[in-house]
Ligand binder design. Sequence first.
Ligand SMILES: C[S@@+](CC[C@H](N)C(=O)[O-])C[C@H]1O[C@@H](n2cnc3c(N)ncnc32)[C@H](O)[C@@H]1O
Length: 184
Amino acid sequence: MAEHVCPVWVGYLLSSPLRKLIQNPQKILPPHVKPGMTVVDIGCAMGFFSIPMAGMVGPKGRVVCVDIQEKMLQSLKKRAVKAGVDAAMAYRLCANDSFGLEDLDQGVDFILASAVAHEVPDPARLFTETRRALKPGGRFLLCEPAGHVSRQQFQDTVEQARACGYRVVDSPGIGRSHAVLLEK
Ligand SMILES: C[S@@+](CC[C@H](N)C(=O)[O-])C[C@H]1O[C@@H](n2cnc3c(N)ncnc32)[C@H](O)[C@@H]1O
């Protein structure tokens, strides 16, 4: 695991309903997530975004929730059961050297990576593996916390995404974040 992975107690803070005042999943995600889609939440933690996405994809879609910490996924599962969306979820504990998306090869409509790229030791691998999983024209919303990640660091990450074949199609405004919408 990378040295600076978000501790589990921060996972609880990130799941606070108060966060919706700054980053409301019901405003951020609907332009990208539609019924029946297969979506992936990389570094899902306890599901601040994955659980609302499950509501958006509906019974015919699915949300693949990927995290490197088992405790995050365990807490997410409990929350998803409580929210009535467990059936739409696939929980995946990934390894340090693989996000474990191989079986999704060109089958994913949308990927979210919120506040995780700066924790990933090899961002090029993030972009290569996610791009392989996306359908042609599939999109990837990359956002990073503005207080924690400088504008320059974010630009460097976006350049890595470009070098891996992504195209930048938008820069959506997301509270206290740097964000870009990438397209395969
Ligand atoms: C700061 S939290 C963000 C959680 C969530 N995306 C959000 O916006 O609320 C970062 C999450 O990414 C996970 N993570 C860190 N490195 C990872 C990696 N290499 N692969 C998958 N998940 C990772 C951490 O375990 C943690 O749950």
